[in-house]
Design a binder for this molecule. Sequence first.
Ligand code: ADP
Ligand code: MG
Length: 356
Amino acid sequence: DYAVRIENVTKEYDDVVAVDDVSLNIRDEEFLTLLGPSGAGKTTLLHMIAGFTTPTSGDIHIDDEVVTNKPPYERNIGMVFQSMALFPHMTVAENIAFPLKMRRMEKVNRDERVQEMLDLIRLPEIADRDVSELSGGQQQRVAIARALSFKPSLLLLDEPLSSLDKKLREEMRHELLRIHRETNVTTVHVTHNQEEALTMADRMAVIQEGRIAQHAPTQELYAHPETAFVADFVGNTNMVYGTVVETDNPSCTVECTDSNLRIDCRTDVVGESVAEKDDVSVGIRFEDVRLGESISADNVFEATVSSVVFKGDMVNTTVQLDGTELEFKISDLNSDGNRVFERGDVVQVGWNGTDS
Ligand code: ADP
Ligand code: MG
């Protein structure tokens, strides 16, 4: 069953189409991530679900009720933004109780619910603190507690972790997932960070220029991106452009535009077939490329290492192929014996057709 159904929703501002004919169903209890670059229309879509923005056309259903023109307070939705926007002159308890007060819940019940929420965010002792005394991570937890205190049927998170530093951000990803597991509240999470999306989402919708480029379970979307944009935006991918010179569907040979390299590819991974002379883009994931002195794969080329960048848990190696400008970034974790190569080394680079 669906918690939210978005039907052909468009939002236009003067000369900008912020959201362009989007249809999207959100399942009960799932954690859905909307991933896309800045300006793609993520916030606009979220605000239409929340009721802060009215669609130019199309309809939004929440729990099988049309809410398209209903104001936010008539929708049972909790929301957390990047700027946490806690009420600064209130205590933690007053912040969390605020939505309950608005809903005229009695004080004794409010107090009980506040304590439940503080237990949920694992900060049971901070009820009487001023929010200004809290760390960034604690404030973020309180914002989540406030968004959930009135048991909304839907939780909307707009870049909730962007203002936190890297370490705290990673900790809070797990914290949000734990809270989702414990409450089972249907969650729509917006981010421009692909790693955050991959870590957190059950399902993912990639948004590009106001449209859904692809919507699928996270691992499926990662393994089978349907467009070059999705392949490039989700995961670390080398994009190569060329023309199909030979087909034996689902296999084909692509001659690169910028060089004479010929690459064997498989098109069944994206469920499409190609014809000769088609212009195509080929995406090859960093982790699918192997580097070594002698490797076997569908595509093997001699290459020269042009840069080696140490990244702590991996080494990004860039090579040049065939004296051309074609470059591949490769995680050296996949190279023979995890050997780290040096700039200038001549190596073999290879990957399988099924990986492109
Ligand atoms: P995202 O959240 O993905 O970064 P937004 O939804 O904020 O994207 O914006 C999508 C597009 O709509 C952008 O081009 C933005 O400039 C435009 N936009 C958003 N809100 C307004 C508004 N209130 N008035 C005019 N243009 C807007
Ligand atoms: Mg935004």
